[in-house]
Design a protein around this ligand. Structure first.
Ligand SMILES: [Zn+2]
Ligand SMILES: [Zn+2]
Length: 134
Protein backbone atom coordinates (compact mmCIF):
# COMPACT_ATOMS: atom_id res chain seq x y z
CA UNK A 1 0.00 0.00 0.00
CA UNK A 2 1.64 3.19 -1.19
CA UNK A 3 1.01 6.52 0.35
CA UNK A 4 0.01 9.25 -2.02
CA UNK A 5 -1.08 12.80 -1.68
CA UNK A 6 -4.73 13.32 -2.37
CA UNK A 7 -6.74 16.28 -3.54
CA UNK A 8 -10.28 16.30 -2.17
CA UNK A 9 -12.70 18.54 -4.04
CA UNK A 10 -15.72 20.27 -2.60
CA UNK A 11 -18.01 17.89 -4.51
CA UNK A 12 -16.52 14.94 -2.61
CA UNK A 13 -14.54 13.53 -5.53
CA UNK A 14 -10.81 13.26 -5.22
CA UNK A 15 -7.78 12.73 -7.34
CA UNK A 16 -4.42 11.24 -6.47
CA UNK A 17 -1.33 13.36 -6.31
CA UNK A 18 2.34 12.71 -5.85
CA UNK A 19 3.57 9.62 -4.10
CA UNK A 20 4.49 10.26 -0.51
CA UNK A 21 5.99 6.88 0.25
CA UNK A 22 6.28 3.68 -1.78
CA UNK A 23 5.52 0.41 -0.02
CA UNK A 24 7.67 -2.75 -0.06
CA UNK A 25 5.70 -4.23 -2.97
CA UNK A 26 6.30 -1.15 -5.07
CA UNK A 27 9.96 -0.97 -4.08
CA UNK A 28 10.41 -4.66 -4.95
CA UNK A 29 8.76 -4.06 -8.34
CA UNK A 30 11.06 -1.15 -9.05
CA UNK A 31 14.07 -3.27 -8.14
CA UNK A 32 12.86 -5.98 -10.54
CA UNK A 33 12.14 -8.52 -7.79
CA UNK A 34 8.38 -8.55 -8.32
CA UNK A 35 6.66 -8.60 -11.72
CA UNK A 36 3.61 -6.63 -10.70
CA UNK A 37 3.61 -3.14 -9.38
CA UNK A 38 1.59 -2.11 -6.37
CA UNK A 39 -1.85 -0.90 -7.33
CA UNK A 40 -3.13 0.08 -3.93
CA UNK A 41 -3.01 3.73 -3.10
CA UNK A 42 -3.62 5.03 0.33
CA UNK A 43 -3.71 8.50 1.74
CA UNK A 44 -3.19 9.75 5.23
CA UNK A 45 -5.54 12.60 6.19
CA UNK A 46 -2.38 14.63 6.70
CA UNK A 47 -1.65 14.28 3.01
CA UNK A 48 -5.17 15.10 1.88
CA UNK A 49 -5.53 18.54 0.51
CA UNK A 50 -9.04 19.95 0.62
CA UNK A 51 -9.73 22.17 -2.36
CA UNK A 52 -12.63 24.63 -2.30
CA UNK A 53 -13.60 23.84 -5.88
CA UNK A 54 -15.35 21.18 -7.93
CA UNK A 55 -13.50 18.41 -9.72
CA UNK A 56 -13.16 18.72 -13.49
CA UNK A 57 -16.11 16.47 -14.19
CA UNK A 58 -18.47 18.30 -11.85
CA UNK A 59 -17.22 21.73 -12.95
CA UNK A 60 -17.98 20.80 -16.55
CA UNK A 61 -21.48 19.65 -15.63
CA UNK A 62 -22.09 22.75 -13.54
CA UNK A 63 -21.02 25.07 -16.38
CA UNK A 64 -23.48 23.32 -18.67
CA UNK A 65 -26.20 23.56 -16.04
CA UNK A 66 -25.55 27.27 -15.42
CA UNK A 67 -25.75 27.88 -19.17
CA UNK A 68 -29.04 26.01 -19.30
CA UNK A 69 -30.46 27.99 -16.40
CA UNK A 70 -29.61 31.32 -18.04
CA UNK A 71 -31.24 30.11 -21.27
CA UNK A 72 -34.41 29.34 -19.32
CA UNK A 73 -34.31 32.83 -17.82
CA UNK A 74 -33.90 34.41 -21.28
CA UNK A 75 -36.79 32.39 -22.66
CA UNK A 76 -39.03 33.29 -19.76
CA UNK A 77 -38.10 36.94 -20.21
CA UNK A 78 -39.14 36.74 -23.89
CA UNK A 79 -42.35 35.05 -22.88
CA UNK A 80 -43.05 37.75 -20.34
CA UNK A 81 -42.57 40.47 -22.96
CA UNK A 82 -44.95 38.80 -25.41
CA UNK A 83 -47.63 38.38 -22.78
CA UNK A 84 -47.10 41.99 -21.71
CA UNK A 85 -47.62 43.21 -25.29
CA UNK A 86 -50.82 41.18 -25.62
CA UNK A 87 -52.50 42.78 -22.70
CA UNK A 88 -51.94 46.23 -24.24
CA UNK A 89 -53.15 45.28 -27.70
CA UNK A 90 -56.56 46.12 -29.13
CA UNK A 91 -57.81 42.78 -30.40
CA UNK A 92 -60.51 44.22 -32.66
CA UNK A 93 -57.80 45.73 -34.84
CA UNK A 94 -57.14 43.63 -38.00
CA UNK A 95 -53.36 44.15 -38.01
CA UNK A 96 -53.25 43.35 -34.37
CA UNK A 97 -54.99 40.06 -35.08
CA UNK A 98 -52.36 38.97 -37.64
CA UNK A 99 -49.60 39.99 -35.34
CA UNK A 100 -51.17 37.98 -32.59
CA UNK A 101 -51.20 34.84 -34.74
CA UNK A 102 -47.46 35.21 -35.28
CA UNK A 103 -47.02 35.65 -31.57
CA UNK A 104 -49.03 32.53 -30.80
CA UNK A 105 -46.61 30.60 -33.03
CA UNK A 106 -43.70 32.20 -31.26
CA UNK A 107 -45.23 31.39 -27.90
CA UNK A 108 -45.58 27.72 -28.87
CA UNK A 109 -41.93 27.73 -29.89
CA UNK A 110 -40.83 29.24 -26.61
CA UNK A 111 -43.00 26.81 -24.63
CA UNK A 112 -41.40 23.92 -26.50
CA UNK A 113 -37.92 25.32 -25.86
CA UNK A 114 -38.60 25.75 -22.18
CA UNK A 115 -39.91 22.22 -21.73
CA UNK A 116 -36.87 20.83 -23.58
CA UNK A 117 -34.61 22.84 -21.32
CA UNK A 118 -36.37 21.61 -18.21
CA UNK A 119 -35.97 18.02 -19.39
CA UNK A 120 -32.26 18.63 -19.90
CA UNK A 121 -32.00 20.23 -16.48
CA UNK A 122 -33.65 17.21 -14.86
CA UNK A 123 -31.14 14.90 -16.53
CA UNK A 124 -28.24 17.09 -15.49
CA UNK A 125 -29.28 17.38 -11.88
CA UNK A 126 -30.02 13.67 -11.57
CA UNK A 127 -26.43 12.72 -12.42
CA UNK A 128 -24.79 15.45 -10.38
CA UNK A 129 -23.51 14.16 -7.05
CA UNK A 130 -23.82 17.62 -5.56
CA UNK A 131 -25.97 18.16 -2.54
CA UNK A 132 -25.84 21.90 -2.42
CA UNK A 133 -27.94 24.00 -0.14
CA UNK A 134 -28.64 27.24 -1.87
ZN1 LIG B 1 1.92 0.04 -2.35
ZN1 LIG C 1 -16.79 15.98 -8.61
Amino acid sequence: MCYHKRMVFSCGHFSWGHEVRACNVEVAFRLGILREECDTMFSHPMHSLKLPKLCQGCAGKKTKQDGTVSTVKERLQELHQVVGKWSKKDERNEDGHKEKEAEVEFLELVKHDVSEIFKELAILSSCTPLTRVS
